[in-house]
Design a protein around this ligand. Structure first.
Ligand code: ZN
Ligand code: ZN
Length: 209
């Protein structure tokens, strides 16, 4: 794989990266299977529970915990915030250079790996393999039509002030101007005080009556 990537020129056609991306994905799957499991919810209490796809910013992704949180249950814990992907995603730019750099790190990590290596070493290799795959996949996409390095295939807003712009970046800018959406967390309703009937004990008749 390493030789193949080195052979590709900087200006290689995206189609040439397709096979590389496929092979790197197989490599990643092997590395992931050797590493300890990572769960999708990121929740220690419900590791195999459903994922909350509508989780507000800063919340965990466990649907059970988030449902409790939305209901304002006092026992609910905020799940840990986890990244977009279970495995590492490299920062852009996604270039041939970034790919060779990641492949070099991956090769070094694999060389040091042995059967008795600690779990985190296997995780490190799986993360690097995922990064390499991610870059290769980005490089295998058709050339950018939007002119945006972050969103190559994004639609363009041709009426944007200051000339045509990437619609995704524009939306993000507008959202940044508006600020973060507010999340109202409903407090739990206080338990109503028990209603007791007024005490009406019969007064015993006075002595000598
Ligand atoms: Zn949970
Ligand atoms: Zn963009």
């Amino acid at each position: 794989m390493d030789d193949r990537v080195s052979w590709l020129s900087v200006a290689a056609h995206p189609a040439e990266y397709e096979q590389v991306a496929d092979n790197l994905f197989s490599l990643f799957v092997t590395a992931r299977n050797l590493a300890p499991d990572r769960n999708a919810t990121g929740c220690t209490r419900h590791p195999n529970g459903p994922v909350d796809t509508q989780a507000p910013e800063g919340w965990g992704r466990c649907l059970f915990c988030n449902s409790n949180r939305r209901l304002g249950q006092p026992g609910a814990k905020a799940g840990p915030e986890i990244a977009r992907s279970m495995w590492a995603i490299p920062e852009p730019p996604y270039s041939h250079r970034a790919l060779t750099g990641t492949m070099k790190k991956l090769k070094e990590a694999v060389v040091e790996l042995e059967l008795r290596s600690p779990n985190r070493d296997f995780e490190h290799v799986a993360d690097l393999a995922h990064c390499a795959f991610y870059i290769a996949r980005e490089l295998s996409r058709p050339p950018s039509t939007s002119g945006c390095p972050r969103h190559p295939g994004a639609p363009i807003d041709s009426d944007a002030p200051g000339g045509p712009q990437c619609l995704f970046c524009l939306g993000r800018q507008r959202q940044a101007l508006r600020g973060e959406p507010k999340v109202n967390i409903r407090p739990s309703r206080p338990v109503p005080a028990p209603v007791r009937p007024p005490r009406t004990w019969p007064v015993p008749p006075a002595d000598g009556a």
